[in-house]
Write a protein that binds this ligand. Structure first.
Ligand code: URP
Ligand code: ZN
Ligand code: ZN
Ligand code: ZN
Length: 464
């Protein structure tokens, strides 16, 4: 073992498949060893000691679904890499995967080249999903070039007509080309024709306001689109990853495909696992407008059960940092509103509190969902998502007993609200090490240097 410059002592290390007492030695930004508690430092070195007594020691969270400064229509969400990664790190996430969404008429490759430089503003590392909206005779070559730059996952949408929606032909061609590079399409599935019809019906009754969000995007639109996209993926033998699945029915379609031997994966996002449609009956329904919408409580419970069954592969945030003024502008018409909720900072805490502390989800499974599996499926494992020799030293000291109340003013996201305002949680990141540096110490920013790197993704991994 090489000389250490930092050691995390006295905690319980939790990886996806194992947990136990161990000290974590770090040298030059990498983990060098998991050692017996109290093991001497190697080669007579005198590393900085971080005390983790009574705490869980986790690999830093990997958020597979995070929109930074995201433009949709006339709205751009309010953070940049500095802001988003600051919030991420405070919440225990040390890698984000953002999206290079082309502007209208822009090439996918150009969107990637434009965005990747921003990583250097980050307090932690980041990777990118590319995005294809239309197919032309340059797209395949662009996808190869993107893979060469380390962008191996490509986002697509079956909704948002006239903006980022792709037709079935484009989905098929893109899946085939991306899978040939070792990558994978990650896709937002909601059948736009079903949504347009539902919106028209609501519109005819004057029910387009945020309080009617649930009616305008029915669950059927999601399952119909998932079934079609699974068939397209199967027809070209391509892997596929479904983002923000909001119902057990959608997840079960993907699980059935996996049982047939397909490489198909379900992502859930924290707000669909915790919040329900009753939020649309509250004082600020617009603050909860997201796609797919929040669902009935029984659907939320059914979705949550698949954290335990193993059918959900990852949990992301779908972080989108709009503020109240942006959300309120078209509060009367969800067709024009900016969609999405801020959540990069609260992802780990709400999931831990609601599912580990309250319902007994094993901490090892929690780590699998928020760190290890997102790293595998984004070609970042084992550099990210695990505490093991050779991994980047991104380490979260998690206080499993911390009781706290979510208040916007205590968070770091670039907005004036959180969908979890006033919620009592158990469990919180206390100290966060990024690349071997203590960036957050006991809840305070200890190292503000922007040393984020744009991470090249390798070929995407496989989960069973
Ligand atoms: O409502 C959402 N999810 N907004 C962000 C864009 C997307 O569809 O992921
Ligand atoms: Zn989406
Ligand atoms: Zn309001
Ligand atoms: Zn999203």
């Amino acid at each position: 073992m090489s000389a250490a410059d930092l050691v995390v002592r006295g905690g319980t290390v939790v990886n996806a498949g194992w947990q136990g007492a161990a000290d974590v030695f770090v040298s030059a930004g990498r983990v060098t060893a998991l050692a017996e508690p109290g093991a001497p430092a190697p080669d007579g070195s005198r590393p900085e000691e971080v005390d983790a007594t009574g705490l869980l020691v986790l690999p830093g969270g990997v958020d597979p679904h995070c929109h930074v400064g995201f433009t949709s229509g006339e709205f751009t969400s309010l953070d940049d890499y500095r802001g988003c990664t600051t919030a991420a790190v405070f919440g225990g996430t040390t890698t984000i995967v953002d999206f290079a969404i082309p502007r209208p008429g822009q090439d996918p490759l150009e969107a990637v080249l434009e965005r990747r430089g921003a990583a250097a503003q980050g307090l932690c590392d980041s990777a990118l999903h590319g995005c294809v909206v239309t197919w032309d005779d340059t797209t395949e070559e662009q996808l190869r070039a993107m893979a060469g730059l380390g962008v191996s996952t490509v986002k697509m949408f079956t909704t948002y007509r006239g903006e980022t929606m792709a037709d079935e032909y484009t989905v098929l061609r893109t899946m085939k080309a991306v899978s040939a590079t070792g990558g994978m399409v990650v896709i937002h599935c909601e059948a736009d024709h079903i949504i347009e019809e539902a919106q028209e019906r609501s519109g005819a009754r004057g029910r387009t306001g945020a309080e009617h969000m649930g009616d305008t995007r029915p669950g059927l639109a999601e399952t119909a689109s998932v079934a079609e996209v699974l068939a397209i993926a199967e027809s070209v033998d391509a892997p596929v990853y479904f983002v923000h699945q909001s119902s057990p029915e959608a997840v079960e379609l993907v699980a059935a495909a996996r049982r047939r031997g397909r490489r198909a994966y379900s992502e859930a996002v924290a707000h669909h696992l915790v919040l329900d449609e009753s939020a649309y009956a509250g004082e600020h329904p617009e603050r909860f407008v997201c796609c797919p919408p929040l669902r009935p409580r029984a659907t939320v419970e059914g979705l949550g059960r698949h954290l335990f069954t193993g059918e959900i592969s990852t949990v992301g945030s779908d972080h989108c940092c709009y503020d109240t003024a942006q959300k309120e502008r078209y509060r009367h018409d969800v067709r024009a509103m900016p969609n999405g909720l801020p959540g990069v900072e609260t992802r780990l805490a709400v999931l831990y509190s609601e599912y580990v502390a309250a319902r007994g989800l094993p901490a090892t499974r929690f780590v699998e969902l928020v760190a290890a599996a997102p790293a595998r499926l984004n070609g970042l494992y084992p550099r990210k998502g695990v505490l093991a020799p050779g991994a980047d030293a991104d380490i979260v000291l998690w206080d499993p007993a911390a009781r706290w109340t979510v208040r916007t003013g205590d968070l770091h996201m670039a907005t004036d609200y959180t969908p979890y305002e006033g919620r009592e949680l158990t469990g919180r990141a206390r100290t966060v090490v990024v690349g071997g540096r203590v960036v957050v110490r006991d809840g305070e920013l200890a190292d503000p240097r922007p040393l984020g790197r744009n991470l090249p993704s390798g070929p995407v991994g496989t989960l069973h």
